[in-house]
Ligand binder design. Structure first.
Ligand code: ZN
Length: 120
């Protein structure tokens, strides 16, 4: 069931916008419980845990503390196009981190996704 990330109202499926807050609903609130949006920013999502760890390592070495939230359900393992591994940073680091992600995209981090997708 979709939830509003702001007011936490639960909606029936099919609804995508909270009528009260006028913002997009999310499928679950897990990330907000761990990484409330007042303090953290989601900077990257991937289905590849290795990629997430590499990104975190890269950010850490750039002096930006990153946090990985893995919401992959065991039932969905092998379904590679579900991006349920999320990388968060503190909101104050978000713009630096996003810049860093962009620069990585242009260089090395594209790497392993294609090979991963070929595994059945
Ligand atoms: Zn709402």
């Amino acid at each position: 069931m979709p939830f509003c990330p702001k007011c936490k109202s639960e909606y029936i499926s099919g609804i995508t916008i909270c009528a009260d807050c006028d913002i997009e609903l999310v499928e679950e609130l897990l990330e907000d419980e761990h990484f409330p949006s007042e303090f953290y920013s989601l900077i990257y999502t991937t289905g590849n845990s290795i990629e997430a760890v590499m990104l975190k390592d890269n950010l850490d070495s750039a002096g930006i503390t990153a946090y990985i939230l893995n919401q992959q359900d065991r039932n969905y393992q092998g379904t590679n196009n579900i991006n349920l591994i999320k990388v968060y940073v503190a909101s104050s680091d978000a713009s630096d981190a996003l810049e860093y992600v962009e620069s990585l995209k242009n260089t090395e981090i594209n790497l392993s996704l294609d090979e991963e997708n070929e595994q059945e």
